[in-house]
Design a protein around this ligand. Sequence first.
Ligand SMILES: *Cc1c(COP(=O)(O)O)cnc(C)c1O
Length: 377
Amino acid sequence: MISYGRQSIDEDDIKAVVETLKSDWLTTGPKVSEFEEAIADYVGAGHAVAVSSGTAALHCAMFALGIEQGDEVIVPSMTFAASANCVTYCGGKPVFADVDSETLLINHSSIKEKINGRTRAIIAVDYAGQPCDYDGLRKISDESNLKLVADGCHALGAEYKGRRVGSLADMTVFSFHPVKHIATGEGGMIVTDNSEYAERMRLFRNHGINSDFRQREQQGSWHYEMVDLGYNYRLTDIQSALGISQLRKLPGFLEIRRKIAAQYDEYFARVSVVEPLKVNDNVQHAYHLYVVKIDFTSLKINRTELFKTMREKGVGVNVHYIPVHLHPYYRKTCSTSKGMCPVAEKVYEQILSLPIHPEVSQKDVDKVVSVLLESIK
Ligand SMILES: *Cc1c(COP(=O)(O)O)cnc(C)c1O
């Protein structure tokens, strides 16, 4: 099966992990700080805070903003549920905005319609790896005194007007899950230029305690204070060593992803029923996903059948995502329902994610395309 996404691990990665296993620190040691500095440098941010997952990173970001009961945060509906769940974790309410049909990025007029006196922040999702229109989002945020958080889990290495994702919002969140650009098993990071946010998130990832074990060792003291209610969201040194090694290969990974996308684009330029998502002029896409929209109304096959047929033929397609406001949990707790984000709902019926990752070969791309075209004939 050609999977839609997967990690790419080589001998250097394995060596880095093994070396850490033989070192003094398995967690919260020198590799964590080294990985944080490497990511901060790469994206052009002042601070980076490593945590145990992208989801934990989102939770940290909401904690740093002080989101609590009574607060609303605007989130696009076309995303992974975690983008919204982080608001709920803090007692706030995610308010779902619709997306643009051509890019599936958050729609600005929909944001404006949802802003009210309780709105505190916007979480923008760089869907599939294409950065949102950050100038536009910054303007909307500033006008209403909102914070702007980027869920950049799809977009490590992407650029908007020559600036990397990670330097465009008040805080940006990344994931190092194996299907993302670089893998640490599980892992995540928040980057920000705001030192107060960084400080709060360092507390939050470590139970709300104001020093870590290594600092106390260095100071020769056992004393610590728990000043807030935090969690154990720490990333290990083992994972960080893998992350550092993977980050070295990110430019090459991005190049392969962009090449695969260009090959798909070229094929689909000749097929009217298969429409790749639009890519804006002023961005460098990171292609976490390669998503096409298929007009099934003119076809004999529906999406469920196409999904099954392609998988049976060894092509691991996927669907990203079921609009979050349609999940039973949010219908129950936030009274969301069908009709609230009509574009996301309609596009959801048409989308399919095709395999794209560093281990996908030119031959694989040819196979994916021929299986797809054969199946919809
Ligand atoms: C992967 C992902 C997350 C969650 O990351 P984990 O590391 O799996 O917790 C959040 N938001 C988006 C958009 C993602 O793709």
